[in-house]
Design a protein around this ligand. Structure first.
Ligand SMILES: [Zn+2]
Length: 475
């Protein structure tokens, strides 16, 4: 029997959480053709994998690469980590449908450059990705914040009946054209004035399509419990599945609160559909003037438009150098993004270990000094938290990066190694896998990733992109 690619003697972790097995895996075209002991098979390319783990390519449920997949389609920041599928359009901000013109209000201006091509319909964005595919598979949520910016002239009030109707119509069309769910970000200024009732109206449209309400909650700090309760209420009122993005308890005063929030999620799961994801870092990253600096023990400037030379520097040092207070320094740096040290290691571990938590990077690849999570998230979990800390098994970690996520977001044929499934694969060395990216050197590729394949084609080999761009749009 002839395969295009044959992996021999791999430690196969199939994504379901099952214990690894030593198997051969044969790939023909874009699918897994056979698994088992395959002595009679030959491969056009054969990989001897003794001692290496072969797993489903990782699925990142939360990124902001809506534009980067067009402008930097090799997507090395993802394929170098073993990620083969990404979900864009998070936190209420998607690249499409977009009828508004620049300058975009923050944080949309973090995700999109002023010269971004404008996709008035979501279907136009998908068509462009199908015509010029990136290296990874992409799916996209439709952002309520983007819909608000399109539909409203004054964002500082609740949407009126006509505006809600316009947003519902636009959301309905975008979900019909392949959007995989609704995202909201009432934390952010363009949606802060949206009351719970407005979010429920939007969630009802997602529910009608059998899709999820995914949210960057209104508050992840002092009012995280109230915000979680609001999210759960939206799910119950709209009878819609809800998904808490990058769950965290921000600010010193709130360290330890994840014991309560996870108990709330556990209780709610008895009656309604609730899921969550998180990143494996105590620092978060968002617009510099998000108010997060008041909760942080340390703030690094990720990017500043008027002061690009300050990227990577400590905000407190900049303020001291300029002989001004923190607020004044921040004002001068805008528009800017920052990295905020706001979480407790105990909360990070507790949330990551919760049985229903998926792994996400929350990466924003734009900018000169991004958070290391953009390049390092998945290897950090597999190396630091699994191998070094022993938080959970490698099989469990892979499950939270693959099949759990594929099932949650309805990504058919992905996330599991089985005959007939798409050949999205990562080959790695469990003994050496680790993030390479640091807060000082955020663009360093991970260690221990031997290769990454998307739809049966190699996209990352020998610590470099291959130039292949076999990614598909998923819906
Ligand atoms: Zn967010």
């Amino acid at each position: 029997m002839q395969a295009d690619i044959l992996f021999r003697n791999a430690e196969v972790i199939d994504g379901t959480g099952a214990t690894r097995q030593r198997l051969d895996v044969a790939v023909i075209e874009d699918r897994i053709a056979a698994m088992g002991d395959l002595p009679d098979w030959r491969g056009g390319v054969e990989h001897e994998c003794t001692g290496l783990v072969l797993a489903p390519g990782f699925i990142d449920p939360h990124v902001h690469h809506d534009e980067i997949v067009l402008t930097d389609p090799d997507m090395a920041c993802m394929t170098s980590q073993g990620v083969t599928t990404i979900i864009n359009g998070n936190c209420g901000f998607s690249i499409a449908p977009l009828t508004a013109v620049p300058p975009f209000p923050a944080p949309l201006d973090i995700i999109l450059s002023p010269d971004v091509p404008r996709f008035v319909r979501f279907g136009d964005y998908r068509a462009r990705l199908n015509a010029e595919p990136p290296a990874v598979n992409t799916a996209c949520l439709i952002g309520h914040g983007t819909l608000r910016i399109n539909a409203m002239t004054d964002l500082n009030r609740p949407a009126d009946a006509a505006e809600i109707a316009a947003m519902r119509t636009a959301l309905d069309a975008a979900l019909s054209e392949g959007g995989i769910g609704l995202s909201t970000g009432p934390f952010y200024p363009p949606a802060r004035a949206a009351p719970t009732s407005e979010l429920i109206e939007m969630a009802r449209v997602a529910q009608a399509h059998g899709k999820l309400y995914v949210t960057h909650m209104r508050d992840e700090g002092d009012r995280v419990r109230e915000s979680l309760e609001e999210t759960l209420e939206i799910g119950r009122a709209a009878e819609c599945g809800v998904h808490v993005s990058h769950h965290k308890c921000a600010g010193l005063a709130n360290h330890g609160l994840s014991e309560i929030t996870l108990a709330m999620i556990d209780a709610a799961r008895q009656h309604q559909d609730v899921g969550l994801d998180t990143t494996p870092w105590i620092a978060s990253s968002t617009m510099l003037n998000s108010g997060r600096h008041r909760q942080a023990t340390r703030v690094l400037v990720a990017e500043s438009v008027p002061h690009p030379e300050m990227a990577g520097r400590d905000l407190a040092d900049i303020a001291a150098e300029w002989c001004v207070d923190i607020d004044k320094a921040m004002e001068r740096l805008l528009p800017a993004t920052g990295t905020f040290f706001i979480m407790d290691e105990g909360d990070v571990r507790r949330i990551l270990s919760y049985p229903h938590t998926m792994v996400c990077s929350d990466g924003i690849a734009r900018g000169k000094h991004p958070h290391p999570r953009v390049w390092g998230t998945f290897p950090r979990v597999l190396g630091h938290y699994v191998r070094d800390v022993g938080l959970f098994s490698l099989e469990e970690a892979v499950h939270r990066m693959t099949w759990m996520t594929a099932e949650r977001f309805g990504l058919k044929g992905r996330g599991r190694l089985a005959v007939g499934q798409f050949a999205d694969l990562v080959l790695f060395d469990a003994a050496s896998i680790a993030e390479g990216a640091t807060f000082e050197a955020p663009f360093t590729p991970a260690h221990g990733i031997i290769g990454t394949w998307v739809n049966g084609r190699a996209v990352w080999r020998d610590q470099a992109t291959t130039g292949a761009r076999p990614g598909r749009t998923l819906s």
